[in-house]
Ligand binder design. Structure first.
Ligand code: SF4
Ligand code: SF4
Ligand code: FES
Length: 265
């Protein structure tokens, strides 16, 4: 563990942790849109900017993205200095123009006193802030079905050549992780549709509910080496089954616990 100062308080942090990790461990709020504990940080939204200084650096202070910058002994961090607030306002001004339909962006912008962007919006319906979370979660799981396409102002998240992605398994991780609700999907008795593809759903053998897709089961079977039977029951039925197994093993009688305690004293 090392010690650093955050917002005037001397706090401890795990060596190698990011400043954002340290802030979160001590319940110090830092806004983020592109961060998720489950995937590698990327520094896409820049909203987690904080101001840092160090006794060894004299008067110098700088702005860094806290999700990418590792803690260091003696570091002095300010999460809400005037410079930090100003840069976050500028970023939110840009994000509001980039994704005018994103409610999460609008809510954050309001908390910094911005109700509308000073820039012209290119697409009033757009919700994507190009944070890359969806791409990273898809890659972390293995399919790598989506990516950033195009360049500059024409950049967007999508499937290669805007075609139905062969690699997609319909797991919905990208849609669930998206902070702005840009990725849409539909679930009907016919199946689950996302990225232009419709996937057959797998029904739980016990309760009959649809849970994962058949493509997801096949992908997980190949990746884990577990048989297809492992993925047939839904998570809820698996939990119930384990609970029943524990209950059938039983617990030691109260008398024997008391005897063990007496023997231990
Ligand atoms: S639904 Fe398809 S694109 Fe989205 S994370 Fe799963 S595999 Fe990737
Ligand atoms: S679709 Fe969502 S998660 Fe993906 S880059 Fe856009 S805002 Fe981020
Ligand atoms: S959370 Fe750090 S850049 Fe987005």
């Amino acid at each position: 563990m090392i010690e650093l100062t955050i917002d005037g308080k001397v706090l401890s942090a795990r060596e190698g942790a990011s400043i954002l990790d340290a802030c979160r461990a001590h319940r110090i709020p830092v806004p983020t849109l592109c961060h998720h504990e489950g995937v590698e940080p990327y520094g896409g939204c820049r909203l987690c900017m904080v101001e840092i200084g160090h006794p060894e650096w004299g008067d110098w202070t700088g702005l860094v993205t806290s999700c990418l910058y590792a803690v260091k002994a003696g570091l002095v961090v300010q999460t809400g200095s005037p410079k930090v607030v100003e840069v976050r306002r500028q970023l939110l001004d840009l994000l509001l123009a980039q994704a005018p339909a994103a409610k999460a962006v609008a809510a954050l912008a309001r908390s910094y006193g911005l109700t509308q962007s000073s820039y012209a919006a290119r697409d009033p319906e757009n919700k994507c802030i190009l944070c890359g979370l969806c791409v990273r979660v898809c890659a972390a799981q293995g399919p790598c079905a989506i990516a950033a396409q195009g360049r500059g102002a024409g950049k967007y998240i999508g499937t290669p050549f805007k075609k139905e992605p062969d690699a997609c398994i319909g797991c919905l991780s990208c849609a669930h992780i998206c902070p702005t609700g840009h990725i849409t999907y539909a679930e009907t008795p016919a199946g689950r549709s996302i990225w232009g593809r419709t996937f057959e759903l797998l029904r739980c053998g016990s309760c009959g509910r649809s849970h994962i897709t058949v493509a997801q089961r096949d992908f997980l079977t190949g990746r884990t080496g577990l048989g297809t039977a492992y993925f047939e029951p839904c998570a809820e039925c698996k939990r119930l089954e384990s609970a029943k197994r524990f209950a059938s093993v039983g617990t030691p009688a109260a008398g024997s616990i008391q005897r063990e305690r007496r023997d231990a004293q």
